[in-house]
Structures are given as C-alpha cells and as structure tokens.
Design a protein around this ligand. Sequence first.
Ligand code: IPE
Ligand code: IPE
Ligand code: MG
Length: 239
Amino acid sequence: MTPVAASIADGNGGSVGKARHVAIIMDGNGRWAKKRMMPRAFGHKRGVDTVREIARAARDMGLEALTLYAFSSENWKRPADEISDLMGMLRTFIRSDLEEFVANNVRLRIIGDYQALAPDIVEMIEDAMARTAANDGTTLAIALNYGSQQEIARAASRAAEKGAITPEAIEAELDTACLPPLDLLIRTSGEIRLSNFLLWQAAYAEMWFTDVLWPDFKPAHLAEALAQFIARERRFGGR
Ligand code: IPE
Ligand code: IPE
Ligand code: MG
C-alpha cells in the first residue's frame, strides 16, 4: 500500500513526514551559459557537475530516491549538435561516475524509453543498472528520452493486456513502479510547468519552484526545499 493510500485508510490524512522521493526538472543550463556569453554546451557541462553534487547530497540527506529529468522525449526537437553534446556528456558521466555509485550503494535506474538511444549508450546504461542493481541505498533515477504521456500510454496498454485498466494496474506498469511514491517535485530556472514530466506521479506531490538556474543549484537549495516540504500539511483529499 502506498503512503497515499495508507494515510487515507488510516483516516489521518496528514503529512507522511520526511520526503522519500524527490524529483527535479533540471532546467536553465542554456540561460546560465548565455548569461556568461558561453555556448550552451558549457551550461550543460556545468549542469552535469550539479547532477553529481546533488546526487551526493541526496544520498547524504538520506533520500530513498532522486529522479532527475535529463532528456525529454520533446528534446529531440533541438538542433542535432546540442543533442549530440548532451549524449556525449551522458556517456562521459556514466563512465566517470559509475564506480562511485557502485562504491556508495547507489542504485541507478532509468525511466523513459532509453532503448531508443544509441546502441552504445543502451549498453552502458544496462551495464550500469546491472552493476548497481543489488545496491539498496539511494536510488538515482535518470529520466532519458522520457515523456510522461508516453509512459502512461505504455503502462495502460500493458495493464490492458493483463486485465482491467485500473489506476493501480496502470501504476504498477509505470517506469517508476520501482520507486517510492513521489513526495516533492522541484523545477529550477523560474519556469512554472511540468513539461511532460511525472504527470501521473505528481497527482499529490508537493511542488517547489525556484528561479535558480540548474548549474547554480546547490545542496543548500535542496535542503531548503526539503525544509519547506516538511513544514507543509499534506491532506491527500482528506481533512
Ligand atoms: C535543461 O537546460 C537541460 C535540458 C533540457 C537537457 P536547458 O537546455 O533547457 O536550458 P534553458 O531552458 O534553455 O536555459
Ligand atoms: C524540461 O526542460 C526537460 C528537461 C529538463 C530535461 P525543457 O527546457 O525541455 O522544457 P520546456 O521546453 O521549457 O518546457
Ligand atoms: Mg529549458
């Protein structure tokens, strides 16, 4: 039973306390670079440094799961050279950081249709997931070629193959089925929209928006978001 269901069943309807699962829409790399009159790739590179720093912080803060939106199914609309820069950085990141995940009990998961990426990336991802599968510390889920509407459609058709299409049946087929329920959704860079990210999972998630651009996002910002999360009263429709 999910904490959402549990709190309804218990009739307490209140906050479930500490955040277990935080997701971040990592936005603003391009604007960060532009402000410095640098190419967008420079912003993405600094964005990868932030990923590393925030993943470490999430682990130190005891989060069960951190989900990061790295590449959306709509990001294919970008110019080919930017896509190729992003894919190159993904390769470099997996190569440079996998040993740290293995050593620190971090389990790496991917959400989204990653199998449509270049074959060498698919191979690297599958190797990284296999090597960290037994880790039971923080789960770092990276959303790659991810679109929430597509995910829900895939989940619904799998649910239909098995039987009735109920919310529970769909939820069990989502890419996030291996993660705790989403507690807090953060978006950087001042945009107040979801951009096709975790639409289903955000049904009762708390949201936190900041103007800080992703390359400037620090563990202190994550800590601030978590402190505000704890102070909020979650009702899940109860009272
Ligand atoms: C977020 O930064 C990273 C990705 C979407 C891959 P952007 O590249 O969207 O940066 P802005 O929004 O143009 O500043
Ligand atoms: C969302 O950011 C996707 C990622 C952060 C990977 P975008 O920059 O693509 O979103 P829009 O286009 O501003 O909505
Ligand atoms: Mg953007």
